[in-house]
Unconditional design. Structure first.
Length: 148
């Protein structure tokens, strides 16, 4: 079986992870983040599980009285959790998710081959878009790393 990766073919790849499904614990959240760090991907997205009306998940949470908000602005998947967990506070879940991208990126920038690939991807993507665009993308990456 071949162990080729997308990166060997210069194909940019992305992984998405969700925190906050039923049964989630601080340990499973850490394991998910550790797994994300091990993957040879160019970018990641971390989000919060958000139950939507009309889904079985929403109905189950409502039946179990685990929804902590009915305000639809809280159902965004990035800045608030609307689920009451037994062992995790919504604030902990949101903060862990908020910091996950920076933690992932800090683990990746130590890998020279990954860093080279990002520079290649950045210039390939921004070809013809000007230097200012490249600088803004670089600044966005620094802000992620340093939590600004």
């Amino acid at each position: 079986m071949s162990k080729d990766t997308f990166s060997e073919y210069k194909i940019k790849n992305h992984a998405t992870f969700t925190f906050g499904l039923l049964g989630e614990t601080k340990q499973t959240m850490k394991q998910t983040l550790d797994f994300a760090k091990e993957l040879d991907v160019d970018s990641v997205q971390f989000s919060l599980t958000t139950p939507f009306p009309g889904t079985r998940y929403f109905d189950q949470l409502k039946k179990e009285n685990r929804l902590i908000s009915q305000n639809w602005k809280d159902f965004d998947g990035s800045s608030s959790s609307v689920i009451n967990f037994e062992n995790i506070t919504p604030e902990y879940l949101v903060e862990f998710c908020r910091k996950a991208s920076g933690r992932w990126l800090l683990s990746k920038i130590k890998d020279l081959s990954w860093l080279k690939r990002q520079i290649y991807n950045m210039f390939r993507q921004t070809k013809g878009q000007g230097v200012l665009f490249v600088v803004k993308r670089f600044k966005k990456g620094l802000d992620l790393i340093f939590g600004r």
